[in-house]
Write a protein that binds this ligand. Sequence first.
Ligand SMILES: [Zn+2]
Length: 249
Amino acid sequence: MRDDGTMYDGKRVARDNPIAVKANFNEPPLISRETFFAVQDILARRHKTWIRTKHGSSNALHPYLGHGVLYCGTCGMKLYPKPVKRRHTITHYYLCSSNTNRNKPCGMPMLHQQVVDQEIRTWAALRLTSPLYLKTLTPPQPLINTTAIQNNIDRLNKKVAQQYASIGEVGNEALLLKLIKQNEADIARLEKELQVKPKPMEFEPTKLRKRFLNFGKLSLEEQKDRLHTTFNTIRVDDEGSIIGVELRK
Ligand SMILES: [Zn+2]
């Protein structure tokens, strides 16, 4: 269909001259690999899990404290709010995302929202105020994908070896020498990247402790906010007990 809505149903004819699309892989990348993987991390974190919300649903109907940070301890997927209506009462549950359409259920049972949220509150009151426990938490350290870089180096080295071998056998030797030079420059750049050490994350247990000292007295919204700004993931087992956490970067 054309832009103006008319239909076109003709025969496909090949162009006389193919349209050339240039791709120059010898240009240095616009962003470093470190930045690239950092951005992928952020995108993955923002990836929202499907959630059913009714129009006009308020916080009273949406008590889920852990929504957004809770993850399944069995399969690692996000838990999402699952209100179940029976006659006149609604019971709130958390359900693993592996139960949604396209996935294979991991076997994690539905968890009572009240049980899990109470576990979070108790954990916040007892553990997050304990300097000893806080010392066991370490923030996620930035990673450089060294395997990917090394693979690229290996690939380029192979290519350069082949290119050297074909010197004297190709028509355009000047071009071949230029390609070799570019590949060698790429290898040097990648080897430099391998040496870069990522900056370690700073972590201050005392600051974190302060954030959770009065947790029990905060409103639900404030509690949610505090959890979400501190933790990336909180994993729970099939009884709703917290089995692992990851701090937000
Ligand atoms: Zn699961």
